[in-house]
Design a protein around this ligand. Sequence first.
Ligand SMILES: *[C@@H]1O[C@H](CO)[C@@H](O)[C@H](O)[C@H]1NC(C)=O
Ligand SMILES: *[C@@H]1O[C@H](CO)[C@@H](O)[C@H](O)[C@H]1NC(C)=O
Ligand SMILES: *[C@@H]1O[C@H](CO)[C@@H](O)[C@H](O)[C@H]1NC(C)=O
Ligand SMILES: *[C@@H]1O[C@H](CO)[C@@H](O)[C@H](O)[C@H]1NC(C)=O
Ligand SMILES: *[C@@H]1O[C@H](CO)[C@@H](O)[C@H](O)[C@H]1NC(C)=O
Length: 368
Amino acid sequence: MMRVCLILLWTMIVVQLHVPQGKAVQVFPPVNFTLTVSALARVLLRWKPNPNQEQKNYTIRYDVKILAPVSEEYDTKKTHSFQTAVLHNGFSAHIRTLLFHNGLQMTSDWVTAELQPPPGAANTAVTNLSCATQFTIFSTVSLHCTWLPGKGAPEDTKYFLFYRYETCTEECQDYIKDKWNRNIECRFSVTHIIPDEIDKLIVIHINGSSKYAAIRPFQQLFNQNAIEKVNVPRNVSVFLEQNDLLATWEKPISPFSKECFEYEFYLINLKTGNEQIWNIYSNEFRLRIDVTCKYSIQIRANHHICCRRGFWSDWSEILYVGENKQENFIAWILAVLCVSMCATIVLVGIICKIVLPKKTRTILRASL
Ligand SMILES: *[C@@H]1O[C@H](CO)[C@@H](O)[C@H](O)[C@H]1NC(C)=O
Ligand SMILES: *[C@@H]1O[C@H](CO)[C@@H](O)[C@H](O)[C@H]1NC(C)=O
Ligand SMILES: *[C@@H]1O[C@H](CO)[C@@H](O)[C@H](O)[C@H]1NC(C)=O
Ligand SMILES: *[C@@H]1O[C@H](CO)[C@@H](O)[C@H](O)[C@H]1NC(C)=O
Ligand SMILES: *[C@@H]1O[C@H](CO)[C@@H](O)[C@H](O)[C@H]1NC(C)=O
């Protein structure tokens, strides 16, 4: 309602401004609007200014509205624009001319362009795609993806996976297959992914071929930080200081600095079975514990301050601290019992030797 009023008001001002001078400005839509796929999941939108549009002192811009797959609107003074989007369900956008004159904005009609979805039989595209990256000891990034064959994909379907990162596109060379010999998993031990970039996209494209059906391609965009499987914290050590447990560790192998990490500290009291997890934002942890109990400790890491959280690292190896004093007590009792029994036997032996007369001993020996 508000908008309608504003537009009405606006129109009135425009009319007032232009009618007295007798020359209302006409705004024409752009021409030759085209969409071109320039790389995997990347579209180039291009158009030309309308040749009938008066140039004069007007400021001309273009209003771009992406309709599918994800709606988005922006304006630009250029006559082209790049968009990154999954294209397996097609793509459509419309644009119009924006004209600014004397502080007023006027618009043309919209012109539309669209890309059809690529051909393929229903349910032949892969499903349940999931991917993870990992920073390696060689300071490169590895990539690992898994998926499920589409329910309608024939048994002879062969899937092919590609990733694109910025301008670089690579096909998988290392597939893992299911029992029908269909590719369902791929590993890149080295990629062109730059380890310390923030919020850059990794495009995954999986298409396929079969003798019996056209296989529908599938694309997905991943934020590189959000799918990073963080490495395990290093040099975890734990010891007792009086009644305190003191643990220290180093950040995982990562291009990000120490301040970027958070940790989960997982403690189990092995005597009571009580489990606890703490979130910790430094590289050490001190905790008052019951020193008569034995504890197990594990730590895992994630980054979050410098970039989006990734996948939690694996847990570090289990470390133990403290001793269960009750078990010790039993051992101690056993030891005391054992020592006292031995002592008794020795004592009896000595007493026999000293106290009994030699004759008795001879008789005893003879009777034995
Ligand atoms: C639009 O495309 C047509 C045909 O391709 C061409 O003849 C025409 O010159 C183009 N218009 C502009 C303004 O470039
Ligand atoms: C363009 O704008 C300038 C300054 O704003 C003005 O002097 C000039 O007359 C204008 N020209 C036309 C063709 O409107
Ligand atoms: C695949 O994804 C669907 C929907 O996201 C889910 O319901 C299903 O459990 C997943 N299948 C497997 C095997 O992970
Ligand atoms: C799969 O996609 C790649 C990259 O776009 C393309 O080069 C290849 O021809 C496609 N293969 C099939 C079988 O569609
Ligand atoms: C871990 O400990 C080893 C041996 O004490 C040391 O050489 C290494 O530099 C430590 N690593 C880190 C990340 O501090």
